[in-house]
Design a binder for this molecule. Sequence first.
Ligand SMILES: Cc1ncc(COP(=O)(O)O)c(C=O)c1O
Length: 184
Amino acid sequence: MHQASGLQPPIDLRSDTVTRPTPAMRQAMAEAEVGDDVYAEDPTVNRLEQRAAEIFKREAALFVPSGSMGNLLAIRHWARPGTEVICEQKAHIHLFELASMSAIAGCMPCTVEAEDGILTWALIEPHVRAKASLRQQTGLVEVENTHNMRGGAVMPLQAMNEICDGAHAAGLPVHLDGARIFNA
Ligand SMILES: Cc1ncc(COP(=O)(O)O)c(C=O)c1O
């Protein structure tokens, strides 16, 4: 209909998941060198992991096929079963990942509201459980940058650094859901 009327079709902005690979992307995939990733013999995956480690200045990186899987692995790795994961109220790990943090990792969400999507250590700190209590303990602090359900809010580096400093001083690890970190 749009073509017949001479109008450009509307851009589908429901989600970035509606995008399609371009012919050049399909060609690159078809021509990529492959190998056994279990034995770290896939040169393309190895290069991708090395590049990711370089960009994020980390010792190593691990390729996972989806963002949800990356989040779940991080939660399972960092937080003991029975502990709480502090996250923003509309965080993707809380609203969209089939409660996998509870069903698979054995953790509970402890949500903190940040209407503009920008969590701060001042908002988080009151939710950190005291170590000596009989309640469940805090296991992990999670932040999302950019924040999907808060209009793509970008967390400033200073807020992220303050959260990391505060959490680490309290003995807590921090996980960044960076599904759109390159947009941030
Ligand atoms: C912030 C955020 N984290 C994680 C995911 C999950 O990514 P995937 O669909 O690759 O599992 C998404 C997906 O939109 C997301 O927006």
